[in-house]
Design a protein around this ligand. Structure first.
Ligand code: G3H
Ligand code: 13P
Ligand code: ZN
Length: 316
């Protein structure tokens, strides 16, 4: 059984100048596509589960599917190290439930609270988690969303303040820290005409204050134009979907950033594949007919990330 925490993964990633992909999972095909890619690339992996995913698929199904993927890899001669992580835990209760339910890592996202309240909440989760050998990710700063219509000075105020990071890490005991440097969730990260930009200067300042400490990037999908175009070509409507260029993420992966979160790119890959399939085979109605290529699309997207962006192929 190779369910692992993120501790060793992050240390090796930091020292090796690469990052681990944290991919969101919601069903069997997504889990199979991701783990098959990691198996073939011999890459360490974080599978993360949001509150919405637990509601959709149920905790126990996702846990058993992940265990099945590990067993399947073993049967094929690969000991695949997988951390199972709660994505954006909102309160102590959901973190406790995931820790008690076998997750090896949790995120407590206290970023919407005041600095003091974020510290208090994160510390409470860390104490419970560490007692059970589970690692904890905290967050400082707010990820901007284009839908929030933030102006430049508002956006500046939301970036992680480097002056706060040492106190936060010291007082909470967290194992990794998610920061806001210009990424955002979803498929619409920048306005049309806006130049995608990440604040590497802020990342540098944080790294100087926390040497050797693993940093996490959320909202790090690239929203690759080829996939957006495919969705739109086959009846979708996603105008102006824009993500973080892959070369920027590659640069981040070589730094203190040890975990890069990817969900939207998986959604796009799967949706583009299914739309294409239905357009070309309007007579098909057996879910296996369109979910087989959709699963392959997930696998191909994850391979692309492992090789082009994360640099973690061959690191198990
Ligand atoms: O950060 C959010 C992830 O993309 C998960 O999204 O809450 O819709 O499952 P979700
Ligand atoms: P994307 O929406 O950019 O894929 O980000 C996912 C994420 O941060 C999950 O926590
Ligand atoms: Zn996120």
């Amino acid at each position: 059984m190779s369910l692992v925490t993120t501790k060793d993964m992050f240390q090796k990633a930091y020292e090796g100048g690469y990052a681990i992909g944290a991919f969101n999972v919601n069903n069997m095909e997504i889990i199979q596509g991701i783990t098959e890619a990691a198996m073939e690339e011999k890459a360490p992996l974080i599978l993360q589960v949001s509150a919405g995913a637990r509601k959709y698929a149920k905790h126990v199904y996702l846990m058993k599917l992940i265990e099945a993927a590990i067993e399947d890899a073993k049967n094929q001669g690969v000991d695949l190290p997988i951390a199972v992580h709660l994505d954006h835990g909102d309160d102590f209760a959901i973190c406790k439930s995931c820790i008690d339910g076998g997750f090896t890592s949790v995120m407590i996202d206290g970023s919407k609270h005041s600095f003091a309240d974020n510290i208090a909440l994160t510390k409470q989760v860390v104490e419970y988690a560490h007692d059970k050998g589970v690692t904890v990710e905290g967050e400082l700063g707010k990820l901007a969303g284009v839908e929030d219509d933030v102006n430049v000075s508002d956006a500046d105020a939301q970036f992680t303040n480097p002056a706060e990071v040492e106190e936060f890490v010291e007082k909470t005991g967290v194992d990794s820290l998610a920061i806001a440097i210009g990424t955002s969730h979803g498929a619409y990260k920048f306005k049309p005409g806006q130049k995608p930009q990440l604040r590497f200067d802020i990342l540098d300042k944080i790294t100087q204050r926390l040497p050797g400490f693993p940093i996490v990037l959320h909202g790090a999908s690239s929203v690759i134009p080829e996939f957006v175009q495919k969705v739109n070509r086959y009846g979708g409507k996603m105008p102006d979907a824009i993500g973080i260029p892959e070369e920027m993420l590659r640069q981040a992966a070589k730094s203190a950033v040890c975990k890069i979160n990817i969900d939207s790119d998986l959604r796009l890959a799967m949706t583009a594949s299914i739309r294409e399939h239905f357009a070309e085979h309007p007579d098909h109605f057996d879910p296996r007919q369109y979910l087989t290529p959709a699963r392959t699309a997930i696998k191909d997207m994850v391979k692309r990330k492992l090789v082009n962006v994360l640099g973690c192929s061959g690191k198990i």
